[in-house]
Write a protein that binds this ligand. Structure first.
Ligand code: RIB
Ligand code: CA
Length: 310
């Protein structure tokens, strides 16, 4: 029986690779893609999600538009990283497939109420606004969620949008606080892991030769890595979002700890910081499996093999 998932996303090149990995993996049953404002505004993320589905030849995938701004703050975007379109690096045709009429938050609520309890996993790879809004509007869905596997946060790696905060958490810290406090089984892929999932020339060339979608993926990672190589002086760029899908497929690629993680929402200096109690010194109850290690060769082998199937 394939695992039922909903990907909540703000495409972004790395989101695109995560979505393609999910679409290439029969172990996963993608019930829908819910889009949120993040890397670029909502209109673009909802368009980009459909571009990605059509690239994968999966125009039947249901794509929903969700929240166009954080719960209680102004939207912060990341065109400086992802380019104006959010999918800079290659120009693909505008989507023909339609956006679903239903709002993403209503889809999340309706689906979690309709599916048997504990059978749907949420995979947020952008700001957590849609997920938190659904939880706030319909608290009854919280115990019905099987697990949340998200990309966000950082511990020893600090932040990427501020010294203290990672982008997905920083954009909507109130949403993150609600999700991390909801009591749902939570797996977190922070910068501490994703900064070890670095592209390289050899890895990008392997992407380029990975079947029909390979050239697009290589062009995206070529574009995406220019910013991070400059910023971190690393050989390649971190492939953040696909770590969530890879975890669902091969959890043994990752190592981490079940610890307490709280979200800073009060301080301007450290807004959006994930205060991860890695050394368990706070006495606060664990609420997340916070990843710290990855078998990066295994990750890229899985990714390349699956992309070639599309
Ligand atoms: O900080 C990395 C995260 O922010 C990734 O999800 C990337 O797509 C951006 O949304
Ligand atoms: Ca993202």
């Amino acid at each position: 029986m394939a695992r039922k998932i909903i990907i909540d996303t703000d495409p972004g090149q790395d989101d695109a690779v995560a979505i393609l990995l999910a679409l290439a993996s029969p172990e996963l049953d993608l019930l829908g893609i819910t889009c949120v404002a993040g890397n670029v505004p909502l209109e673009m993320t909802a368009k980009n999600a459909r571009i990605i589905c059509e690239l994968a030849n999966r125009p039947e995938t249901r794509v929903f538009a969700g929240c166009d701004a954080p719960m209680s703050r102004k939207l912060v975007t990341a065109e400086h990283v992802h380019g104006k379109t959010g999918l800079d690096g290659i120009t693909l045709p505008d989507p023909v497939m339609e956006l679903q009429d239903q709002h993403a938050v209503d889809f999340l609520i309706e689906t979690l109420r309709a599916e048997p309890e504990g059978t749907v996993t949420l995979v947020p790879i952008g700001p957590l606004t849609n997920i938190a809004t659904a939880m706030e509007r319909a608290p009854d869905i919280i115990p019905r969620i099987q697990e949340i596997v998200l990309m966000g946060g950082g511990c020893f790696e600090g932040g990427n949008i501020t010294p203290a905060a990672e982008f997905n958490i920083y954009v909507d810290p109130e949403a993150a606080k609600l999700v991390f406090g909801a009591g749902v089984p939570l797996v977190v892929m922070p910068l501490d892991v994703t900064h070890k999932a670095l592209t390289s020339r050899a890895r990008v060339e392997a992407f380029r030769n990975a079947g029909r979608v390979g050239p697009a993926v290589a062009s995206w990672t070529d574009f995406f890595e220019r910013f991070d190589k400059e910023k971190y002086g690393s050989e390649g760029a971190p492939l953040h979002d696909p770590c969530t899908i890879a975890y669902l497929l091969q959890p043994e690629l990752f190592t981490g700890r079940h610890i307490n993680v709280e979200i800073e929402t009060g301080s301007d200096l450290t807004l959006g910081m994930t205060v991860a109690d890695w050394w368990r010194v706070s006495g606060r109850a664990p609420n997340a499996t916070f990843m710290g290690g990855i078998d990066d060769d295994g990750f890229f082998t899985l990714l390349t093999e699956r992309l070639a199937r599309l």
